[in-house]
Design a protein around this ligand. Structure first.
Ligand SMILES: Nc1ncnc2c1ncn2[C@@H]1O[C@H](COP(=O)(O)OP(=O)(O)OP(=O)(O)O)[C@@H](O)[C@H]1O
Ligand SMILES: CC(C)(CO)[C@@H](O)C(=O)[O-]
Ligand code: BAL
Length: 288
């Protein structure tokens, strides 16, 4: 391991970050990037710990990317807790927190050049949030170009994001390794998410429906895809305050929906609205 400077430095400009990382690389250090939108929780910290294991220098980006929010979504109310995030990241020995303003990332207010996520980017999350994945891939491409990390960390909680980012890196010949961390859950099964803090106690209880639906889907996996869909959707029947957006079973290799006769590994994707909060979750099951 190369020795690195102690202390966490918050950097807000691209030029400064590039300069600091050039010094680290000149000393032989490898670099890991953990892209986030802040409001950090234990899910994020699992990514940070993994980054810490895999590289000498860890950069955590904290940027609520306007490009991946649609009109009427929660861009304005998305939690912003930078001071607490930096304090926590210092505890993990993170070297650099990259926290740019929107003006630094998009000096002209917008970008004319964007990345198109393709057909899969229009399905599931992309159907409910048109343009979301184009905006997400565009900012991830920018962050990768700014940091040029050896490895980048993503959480399995956002499974469609992982699929699209991995494909972008492959198709654009980006040499960065994508490392995927399993979903971190509360003891009762709820996937950790920054948006959980929008939930009041009764909504918090209702939000458990997502992970319950995934458990029901997994229990039905031996009986085939139709049963998985039926049992997964049935979990939502019990709760008035949760509205199912989608529950689909996709091929892990292509992210296309699987047919009724499919067997083997499959990913169940679920999204639901609890009050005004949209939550997502997923699980890998073995069909047939
Ligand atoms: N529970 C979790 N387990 C593992 N990784 C997670 C978890 N929650 C978020 N991540 C990962 O952290 C990274 C940053 O995610 P983000 O900042 O959007 O947090 P989030 O909690 O997913 O927020 P949101 O409420 O917007 O879904 C992503 O790669 C995401 O998949
Ligand atoms: C990858 C990401 C940081 C890009 O804004 C965001 O989509 C997220 O937090 O998952
Ligand atoms: N975790 C995905 C980022 C978003 O919801 O916009």
């Amino acid at each position: 391991m190369t020795e690195v400077t102690t202390g966490t430095r918050v950097v807000s400009t691209i030029a400064e970050l590039r300069g600091l990382l050039a010094e680290q690389r000149a000393g032989g250090s490898s670099v890991a990037l953990v892209p986030t939108m802040g409001a950090l929780h234990d899910g994020h910290f699992a990514l940070v710990r993994r980054a810490r294991e895999l590289a000498d220098v860890v950069v955590v980006s904290v940027f609520v990317n306007p490009l991946q929010f649609g009109p009427g979504e929660d861009l304005d109310r998305y939690p912003r807790t930078l001071d607490a995030d930096v304090t926590a990241l210092a505890g993990y020995g993170v070297e650099f927190v990259f926290a740019p303003s929107a003006d630094v990332m998009y000096p002209a207010g917008q970008v004319e050049t964007t990345i198109a996520a393709g057909h899969i980017g229009t399905l599931y999350e992309g159907a409910s949030r048109p343009g979301h994945f184009d905006g997400m891939l565009t900012v991830v491409a920018k962050l990768l170009n700014i940091v040029q990390p050896d490895v980048v960390e993503f959480g399995q909680k956002d499974a469609q994001q992982v699929f699209l980012v991995s494909r972008m890196l492959r198709e654009f010949d980006v040499p960065t390794i994508v490392d995927v961390v399993p979903t971190v859950r509360e003891a009762d099964g709820l996937a950790l998410s920054s948006r959980n803090r929008y939930l009041d106690p009764s909504q918090r209880a209702a939000a458990l429906t997502l992970s319950e639906a995934l458990r029901a889907a997994d229990a039905a996996a031996g009986d085939g895809l139709a049963e998985v869909l039926a049992e997964g959707a049935a979990a939502f029947g019990d709760h008035d305050d949760v509205t199912l957006d989608y529950l689909v079973v996709v091929d892990p290799q292509t992210f296309l929906p699987l047919g009724d006769d499919a067997t083997g590994d499959a990913v169940v994707l679920v999204a639901a609205r609890v009050g005004s909060t949209r939550l997502i979750d997923n699980a890998t099951i073995s069909l047939g």
